[in-house]
Design a protein around this ligand. Structure first.
Ligand code: SF4
Length: 196
């Protein structure tokens, strides 16, 4: 679905066995290790090492992150191929029916439209109607760069998402992989097409 290799979710561990979702000594990657990879990883290694012992997360399927307030679900090139195919419509038809262009200043991105109550256009009483091909922005939540840039932001996100702090431990490598994929995903959402 995206270029970055995303390690498998950690298995066989839970919060108790590792400690706590939010605790840890705040170890940092060594400079050598950080510079073995590209600049993004350097950024992640230096600024996001607080989660090196992993964090606990398990979606509680409450639907809170799928609507209820204004927001954007930005789409990548991969999303713009997979979702129309899943729906059985052409890409242009999908963009015209389900997308809006968001002015980001020097560039634009495509986002899914929302219902009048701000719920995602694909949110139903039974949950996400495109779950198998849901956008990467959705499938990687809450493993987003902003959320992981500071422990306090992760804890604050826990006020919004009841899945944070619950369930199995997600190891640092998995977290870095998903955060990195999200960073790359954002680059891919730059679009030139005019969409009303
Ligand atoms: S807010 Fe958290 S627990 Fe609720 S649906 Fe979204 S990810 Fe799952």
């Amino acid at each position: 679905m995206f270029d970055g290799e995303v390690p498998e979710r950690s298995k066989g561990a839970d919060c108790k066995s590792v400690g706590l979702a939010f605790e840890g000594p705040n170890p940092s990657l060594s400079i050598t290790e950080a510079f073995q990879t590209e600049g993004l990883s350097v950024y992640l290694g230096v600024y996001m090492a607080w989660y090196d012992r992993g964090v606990c997360f398990e979606c509680q399927r409450c639907g809170h992150c799928c609507g209820g307030s204004p927001g954007y679900v930005f789409l990548s090139d991969e999303d713009l191929e997979a979702i129309p195919a899943y729906l059985g419509v052409g890409k242009d038809e999908f963009i015209a029916s389900y997308c809006r262009k968001v002015d980001m200043g020097s560039y634009s991105q495509l986002s899914l439209v929302e219902k009048e109550d701000y719920d995602c256009v694909f949110l139903t009483d039974k949950g996400c109607s495109i779950y198998p091909v849901r956008p990467l922005q959705c499938s990687t939540y809450p493993f987003w760069p902003y959320v992981f840039s500071d422990r306090a932001l992760w804890e604050a996100e826990g006020e919004e998402c009841p899945g944070i702090g619950k369930g199995p431990v997600h190891a640092a490598d998995e977290i870095r992989g998903k955060v990195r994929a999200t960073l790359l995903h954002k680059v891919k959402t730059i679009v030139d097409a005019e969409v009303e």
